[in-house]
Structure formats: structure tokens, C-alpha cells
Design a binder for this molecule. Structure first.
Ligand code: SF4
Length: 245
């Protein structure tokens, strides 16, 4: 008999509570939703997959799950452990090979991360639509949201972030981010505790990204203001008309 994955991967109740709150606050999952998880192989998308697989089993709201992985190395990523893990969760995984890093190098992209993120989001949304999914679930967490605010503010001069639940009219797919209330370090600890098969393709641009500078700014400030990330999220939820020029 197949082992029950919730015994092998007994996810923290605190993580499940944060996921539940985010899903409720932003009405992320509706009855009959066909959800496609955008899998990268990193800790975030693995925790997301596990949390949604647990929720699918527990929730009175019935929904379908599948996952899609883009191997951005063009085919050198070893996906065998990921396939095994998704199989244990009962989630069908499709894989697509794309030479993203090669294209970035050939184009000598000045902003490799925004080019890469846009490309990946487009490919994920198109695949979700083609495969009949109406929702795309991404593993962005609280730190990602705060870093995005800092990047937009400091480099783009705008106070803005992506929505936790956002309808993309071009593909008619809804993008949801159920991990937005969870800090990255909590996700990292949980992925290590559960010994999840984290399989990240090594990106040659990760060390140079502006996002890394934003992460460093937040880390430094957090020493003086421990609640800095929660304050930024609070500000995102409470922009008053009287506070803007
Ligand atoms: S670090 Fe690499 S994989 Fe991540 S967004 Fe930037 S280019 Fe893409």
C-alpha cells in the first residue's frame, strides 16, 4: 500500500495556518478550481506543493492540482527527485525545457531577472491555460513581497507590489500566492526539517541581482526594526488617499 504522504511530510501547523489565512483573506481558491503549481524545484515551490496537497485533502472546497516545471538550463537539470516527490503528493508534474540562461547571455540583458521573471510567468500562464487550469499558484513569500516593494520604490519610484490574487486578462488565468504571509527563513527551516528534495538549477545571475541588494538592505534594517517586513505588508494593505500626493 502506498505510504500516506502526510505522515512522511508532516508540515507545520503554523505554516498551514498562514496559508489558510492568505487564501481566505484574498479568496484565492474557489470550488472547482483547476490549480497549476509553478514548480521551480526550490524550497518555496516544494513547501507550496505540500501545503496545497494537504489542503486538497482537508478542505471542504474541492479543487484539482497539477504542477509545471520549466527547466531554464535548457535540459541539464536533474528532475528525478522532484518527480518522485510530486508523485508521492499525488500531483501530476509536466516538465518543459527552455534555454532561458543562454538567451539572457546572448542578448546581454541589462536586467536579467526582470526579463527572466516575465518570460517564466508568461510560459507558466500559457501552459496553465493550454492544459485547462484556471489558476496558477506561485511560491512567492513575505520576503519576496517586501523586496519587490523596496525594488519598485528605490529603482522605479513607485510604491507597488504584485497582488496576492491577480487575474491575468491576456491568458484568463488567475495567479495566486498562498505563501505571502510566510517569511523565507521559516520556509527554509521547514524544507530542511522535512528533508524535501530541493533541486534548484544554479542560475549564473543570482549573485548579481538587484533583488539580492534589496534583501541585504532589509536584513540590515531588520536588526534595528525587527518587525520591518510586517510593517511593509501592513503599509501595502493600508494605503490612505490622504497620505499620497
Ligand atoms: S536569479 Fe536567475 S532564475 Fe532568478 S530571476 Fe534572476 S535570472 Fe531568473
Amino acid at each position: 500500500m502506498k505510504e500516506d504522504f502526510t505522515e512522511k511530510y508532516s508540515i507545520s501547523q503554523k505554516i498551514m495556518r498562514f496559508v489558510g489565512e492568505a487564501i481566505r483573506d484574498y479568496s484565492m481558491i474557489m470550488p472547482g478550481d483547476r490549480i497549476m503549481i509553478g514548480l521551480s524545484g526550490g524550497k518555496d515551490s516544494l513547501i507550496l506543493s505540500l501545503a496545497l496537497a494537504v489542503l486538497r485533502r482537508r478542505s471542504p472546497v474541492k479543487f484539482d492540482l497539477a504542477a509545471f516545471l520549466i527547466d531554464q538550463t535548457g535540459g541539464t537539470m536533474d528532475t528525478s527527485m522532484l518527480e518522485g516527490f510530486m508523485n508521492e503528493l499525488g500531483i501530476t508534474l509536466s516538465t518543459f525545457k527552455h534555454p532561458t540562461y543562454k538567451i539572457i547571455k546572448e542578448r546581454d540583458e541589462r536586467s536579467p531577472c526582470s526579463f527572466c521573471a516575465n518570460l517564466r510567468r508568461g510560459m507558466l500562464a500559457s501552459h496553465a491555460k493550454e492544459s485547462g487550469a484556471n489558476v496558477l499558484a506561485l511560491g512567492h513569500h513575505k520576503d519576496d513581497a517586501v523586496e519587490t516593494v523596496i525594488l519598485n520604490l528605490f529603482y522605479g519610484g513607485r510604491f507597488k507590489c504584485y497582488q496576492p490574487n491577480m487575474f491575468m486578462s491576456r491568458t484568463e488565468v488567475r495567479v495566486i500566492r498562498p505563501l505571502v504571509y510566510i517569511e523565507e527563513r521559516r520556509i527554509a527551516l521547514e524544507a530542511a526539517r522535512l528533508n524535501l528534495p530541493v533541486t534548484s538549477a544554479c542560475c549564473p545571475y543570482s549573485e548579481k541581482s538587484k533583488r539580492l541588494s534589496a534583501k541585504k538592505i532589509i536584513e540590515d534594517m531588520e536588526k534595528e526594526i525587527p518587525e520591518i517586513k510586517s510593517n511593509v505588508i501592513h503599509a501595502l494593505k493600508n494605503v490612505l488617499e490622504s497620505d499620497v500626493w
